[in-house]
Design a protein around this ligand. Structure first.
Ligand SMILES: Cc1cc2nc3c(=O)[nH]c(=O)nc-3n(C[C@H](O)[C@H](O)[C@H](O)COP(=O)(O)OP(=O)(O)OC[C@H]3O[C@@H](n4cnc5c(N)ncnc54)[C@H](O)[C@@H]3O)c2cc1C
Length: 433
């Protein structure tokens, strides 16, 4: 049996762009829209049939808190808020300002769980389709990034797998929102998997949805993680763990997803038998994509540390504010997951975390930016990923205008542009802006 196949082929170009964004999840959608609004010609490449990433194909929800730790004021605005408001108009979301902690919308969890946003995953797909289209982003669904060609520390072309076979896309700049740093890794950016010391990622979970739950009977009770969606009686469930799944390894993903399905069914049967309000629940869908909490992290110009999250370190180049705790799920059967340490009431993330080493025309956004694994346990949730996407997209549009390296844009101008567009960047040196 041959162990390796080497072959060369000619690829047709699907087009040339100022910016190509890989991955249409919360980070990628916001990156693409922000870059397009900044005047760039943008293509968005998504391997599944839908935008939204974990929020749609993964059935994950609610959007975690967008407020400070104490639940007093919002710390994420901008495109996140716009997506929520658009979703609310079609009954696809409830307003986070009105969602209390310790309610059926937060699975009765209190800590760090105020002001979450219950979402409908089906309606979100349509809202995001509309938003990227209205902003002139060219969308390629069913298109997976596979490889890239680099020259002098710049990505020149990328290879994508489409329903018609392999093709090529060209761009001056790229944003990696694949949530596993697929492009950054292939472009030669140093990366690591999971925990920076052990190399083990947090456990994965396959979400599922139940309908016909009796809201009034579902009262506080430990053990199961059922979150009410905007629709009466419909819940998203985030329950059992699949250990040690490597999102870059096809065998690991196959076995992990099948195990996730078995665990989802076990969980459903157990909930029906033991949970008040769930006796007549129906299993309507199991997510089509396994929920990977942690994959690769990139090495960038700055590594956000646990200390930064706990002490709210001041960063002159802050582009995102966040206030969720460091939510680190178990990595093996022997360890317990949960909130680690005490995060600051809010903290900021510097632009340098989005700027990878070794590649000059690339930014990275979403949960894979440069950070210690435990610190990423906080900003890996969706409101922060959207804010990171908006920051990356805004910065790359500026780089297009200035013909400079992606990491060399003026941070002051970037901050001004972000704030002008609704982003919240709090200033922990001079008091809140
Ligand atoms: C089990 C679980 C529970 C969670 N619970 C919550 C919660 O309650 N609230 C919350 O706010 N957050 C939660 N999170 C975190 C959150 O869902 C993710 O961290 C967040 O969605 C990350 O956003 P992203 O855009 O970086 O990545 P993703 O949402 O993963 O999106 C990445 C997108 O890129 C696409 N893609 C990947 N590789 C390629 C490629 N090579 N080519 C083309 N496309 C590609 C994917 O198909 C996907 O659409 C949870 C996560 C998990 C796994």
């Amino acid at each position: 049996m041959e162990k390796k196949l080497i072959y060369s082929t000619e690829l047709e170009s699907l087009g040339a762009y100022d910016v190509v964004v890989i991955g249409g999840g919360p980070a990628g959608v916001c990156a693409a829209i922000a870059a397009a609004r900044g005047g760039a010609k943008v293509a968005l490449v998504e391997k599944t049939a839908m935008l939204g990433g974990m929020a749609t194909s993964g059935l994950v929800g609610p959007f975690m808190t967008c407020y400070n730790r104490e639940g007093e004021f919002p710390v994420v605005g901008g495109l996140f808020r716009e997506i929520v408001e658009r979703s609310m108009k079609v009954n696809g979301a409830l307003c986070p300002d009105e969602i209390p902690a310790k309610s059926r919308y937060t699975s009765y969890i209190e800590k760090y769980h105020s002001n979450t946003t219950p979402i409908d995953s089906a309606l979100l797909q349509i809202v995001l389709d509309d938003m990227v289209t209205e902003n002139g982003v060219e969308l390629f669904l069913y298109t997976q990034f596979v490889d890239c060609k680099t020259e002098n520390s710049k990505i020149k072309q990328i290879v994508v797998a489409t329903p018609g076979g392999l093709s090529m896309l060209e761009a001056d700049y790229f944003i990696d929102c694949s949530s596993n740093a697929d492009l950054a890794f292939k472009a030669g950016v140093p990366t690591w998997l999971g925990d920076e010391e052990s190399g083990v990622p947090q456990a994965a979970t396959l979400f599922f949805e139940l309908t016909n739950v009796d809201d009034e009977k579902y009262l506080q009770r430990g053990g199961h993680k059922a979150y009410r969606t905007p629709e009466k009686g419909r819940y998203k469930v985030n329950d059992k763990h699949v250990m040690n799944v490597d999102p870059s390894n096809v065998r690991s993903m196959t076995v992990g997803h099948m195990e996730g399905r078995k665990l989802a069914i076990e969980s459903f049967i157990d909930m029906k038998a033991t949970m008040p309000g769930f006796e007549n629940a129906s299993l309507t869908q199991i997510a089509s994509v396994l929920g990977i909490r942690e994959g690769r992290h990139i090495k960038g110009k700055y590594m956000l540390t646990v200390e930064d999250v706990c002490n709210s370190t001041y960063f002159e180049d802050a582009v995102v504010t966040f206030g969720y705790g460091m939510d680190v799920h178990c990595r093996d059967a022997a360890t317990r997951g949960g909130f680690r340490g005490e995060s600051a009431d809010w903290y900021t993330i510097p632009f340098r975390c989005l700027v990878p080493l070794n590649c000059d025309n690339l930014l990275v956004a979403g949960k894979t930016i440069c950070a210690q694994s435990q610190a990423a346990g906080s900003f890996r949730v969706m409101p922060a990923c959207m804010a990171l996407g908006q920051a990356a997209g805004t910065a790359i549009a500026m780089a297009v205008q200035e013909h400079c390296n992606a990491g060399d844009v003026s941070v002051k101008e970037l901050q001004t542009e972000l704030v002008k567009n609704g982003a919240i960047i709090l200033d922990n040196k001079n008091g809140i802006k």
